[in-house]
Design a protein around this ligand. Sequence first.
Ligand code: FDA
Length: 400
Amino acid sequence: MADSIDVLVIGAGAAGMMCALTAAQRGRAVMLLDHYGKLAEKIRISGGGRCNFTNLNAKPENYLSANPHFCRSALARYTPQHFVALLNKHGIGYHEKAMGQLFCDDGSEAIIAMLKSECDAAGVKWCAPCKVEEISRSDAFYVATTRGSGKQDKIRCESLVVATGGLSIPKIGATPFGYQIAEKFGIPIVKLKPGLVPLTFAPEDWKLYDGLSGVSLDAVVSCGKQSFRESMLLTHRGLSGPAILQISSYWQHGEALHINLLPDGDMHALLAEHAASKQLLSNFLTQWLPKSFSEAWCAQMGVQTHIGNKPLNQYSLQERKTIATLLHDWQVIPSGTMGYAKAEVTCGGVDTRALSSKTMECNTVPGLYFIGEAVDITGQLGGYNFQWAWASGHAAGEAV
Ligand code: FDA
């Protein structure tokens, strides 16, 4: 005999807990299952331990997807203000850091405790750690599980919600299980790749910069039609920092990044203005760039163009033009990314064209729902991913 429940949510992370508490508040009998021993580890480590739990400016344009309008409905029905109201109800302090990004004052544990207490108050049953062995569907879904103690159970549920997240940071419980469930039920997957991730370069392309780890600069980084102006950080293996994490979600293998190293200046005009100066180019550039970077960049330019690092008065008009172009459009081709071990999110996922944008239910498998990061909706850096987790969890929670 199987235990019977209205709704089984697999994955007790951000989206899963929001879905469970919303459904349970409607009077549904809900069980929340997770294979990992600790609750909502991604919330705990997020935002440097302070959880950037939403962004006040969240709108569909902040999300990547093969189906860009899909997120519109859920985001409109559960807004950042709804989540802020929940924090206010629990007396949790928060502050805006920059550009609408809201962080907890006292650490992300407060968000986990808040969601857990909302689930408990609504009567959600917990099943963790617990491994799903098999899922089948006939008159309802039947989920065979093994608890930590080795106890075997079969759970019967009318609605099955998959909230198992993406592939990033496997050491804290990420698995491809959600995608495997989708495949089992014939739901297509949009190709997966690490997002919000540092980019790497071939050692031979990076040897002039590999000693500059920790150096950061303000830059505009572009790829295709996307551009981000934020800080960029050099690492031993390549580039990181907010501007790079942002663009990494849009970058495809083989593409060049276009980096404007002097977003506020017109280098051609500045070089013309100082054409009589005896100052060395690399020293001149330290007005805008860190010295170590300026020297490495000039050395690399010498290798690429044979225009050496000379006093400004020794450059021809054509050379000044070339230098200005290279500074405003420094083109670099990453060899890859730091992968899921360092990625904040997984781009791609369950194809939204197979889901209802109102409820997150699969069009071809009634009763099966996918929410959160498992779905092909990826937010930019800045609290957008949690906002999607809350909004999609809430949308499904209202429907299951
Ligand atoms: P989430 O990953 O939260 O939860 C999935 C749950 O499913 C986990 O509890 C997992 O154990 C469980 N699970 C997985 N496989 C299972 C299986 N086989 N069986 C049972 N359970 C299984 N976003 C943001 O907006 N602001 C921020 O500040 C940050 N910061 C940040 C830092 C770092 C280091 C990372 C890695 C990520 C972020 N993010 C973020 C992204 C954010 O954490 C992420 O998008 C959400 O947690 C996604 O919520 P989900 O509920 O979909 O997945």
